[in-house]
Ligand binder design. Structure first.
Ligand code: ADP
Length: 364
């Protein structure tokens, strides 16, 4: 699975499996190549195997089967401290009894750098995370966000070629988390270091990543850049997990080239792009983003009738819940802008969308 990767391969998982108990595979036959300098995010729900993959790459867990390579070298038998990987975790893991300067100097002293080299690298790393003034403080004298900045600086201070981050912003409030997302993204762009990042937060993944590997149940469901993942999900799991999505279940009654005709349970039909669905007679899920639905009129070809169930005023748009041929959780975002008619609960409207925005998917 190398689609979309730029540059030379730096990290490689080849047919990697992991079982903790000798029975259940929590990572199943994983193939993944990560390019040098890439920001790759492992995204998925809790328990989907992301951290296990990161821990195998770091060397804290061993693969039950398969190979992991770093810079073309097999690392299965190299201990963690010899892999030269920087790491950042959610709970900071700074040494509490040491000052910020001492925390940052530690990985350099371990590597035998001189005092002057250590001082200049510590200063550079602190400046990079805008914490140059805080070198003499202890971690307990810093806020959560500041501690996490120091943790990022410590992971980068020894110029590793690879940095692993496991939910590093999970403990921060929303505003700080978003600010740190941009900061980490810019640090990555400036340094060109390879980053493998784990999160269950899809907007964080979209904001920061070159590519995202979507995990579910130990399997990569799709590996793509953020835009492709949002615009062209390959299966219903990815369509549901990333962004908001309407799903309409029905039976395929015709396939013509890449167009599927799907019949809802009340007999109405709808055309969709056949992406990853079965043949005629099989059931499929149509996936449509709320912002891709327009309110048309009854003479628009292929318009789908819908009844307005609920309207929620959200300032820049009205969130409208509709009943579409028996599916009563269908959401449309109607812009609160000139030219858009006001809707009323109970009225029947006609919905339109581009065929490409309505994707017929499997039923995962
Ligand atoms: P994620 O990072 O996606 O939340 P994990 O890799 O932490 O997922 O976990 C994947 C599965 O492996 C889960 O079912 C979890 O309970 C199990 N697991 C993780 N670590 C261990 C461990 N040290 N011992 C046994 N089971 C584990």
């Amino acid at each position: 699975m190398t689609s979309g990767q730029n540059g030379d391969t730096f990290v490689e998982f080849e047919r990697v499996q992991k079982s903790y108990d000798g029975e259940v595979l929590v990572v199943k036959d994983l193939n993944l190549s990560i390019g040098k300098g890439e920001f790759l995010t492992m995204l998925g729900p809790s328990g989907s195997g992301k951290t296990t993959c990161l821990m195998m790459l770091a060397g804290f867990e061993t693969a039950t089967h398969g190979d992991i390579r770093l810079g073309g070298r097999e690392i299965n038998n190299i201990p963690p401290h010899k892999r030269g990987i920087g790491m950042v975790f959610q709970n900071y893991a700074l040494f509490p009894h040491m000052s910020v300067n001492e925390n940052l100097a530690f990985p350099l002293q371990v590597r035998g750098l001189s005092k002057s080299e250590t001082e200049s690298k510590v200063k550079r790393a602190l400046d990079m995370v805008q914490m140059g003034e805080f070198g003499n403080r202890r971690p307990a004298q810093l806020s959560g966000g500041q501690q996490q900045r120091i943790a990022v600086a410590r992971a980068l201070v020894f110029d590793p070629e690879l940095v692993l981050m496991d939910e590093p912003l999970g403990a921060l409030d929303k505003q700080l988390r978003e600010q740190m997302q941009y900061e980490i993204k810019h640090i990555h762009e400036n340094l060109g270091v390879t980053v493998v990042y784990v999160t269950h937060d899809q907007s964080e993944a979209l904001t920061m990543s070159d590519r995202i590997a979507v995990f579910n149940d130990g399997v990569i469901q799709q590996l793509a850049d953020p835009e492709t993942l949002y615009e062209r999900p390959e299966n219903s799991f990815c369509a549901q997990f990333i962004g908001e999505n309407n799903k309409l279940g029905g039976k395929i009654v015709g396939i013509d080239g890449d167009t599927a005709t799907v019949e809802f349970d009340d007999g109405a039909t709808c055309k969709a792009l056949a992406v990853n669905c079965g043949g005629v007679g099989e059931r499929s899920l149509l996936s449509i983003r709320p912002e891709r639905v327009a309110i048309g009129n009854s003479d628009t070809p292929d318009a789908i009738s819908a009844r307005v169930l609920e309207l929620i005023y959200l300032g820049d748009h009205i969130r409208c819940r509709m009943d579409v041929h028996g599916h009563n959780e269908f959401i449309v975002k109607v812009p609160n802008a000139a030219g858009h008619a006001r809707l009323n609960v109970g009225e029947t409207v006609h919905l339109t969308w581009e065929r490409e925005d309505c994707r017929a998917l499997d039923l995962i």
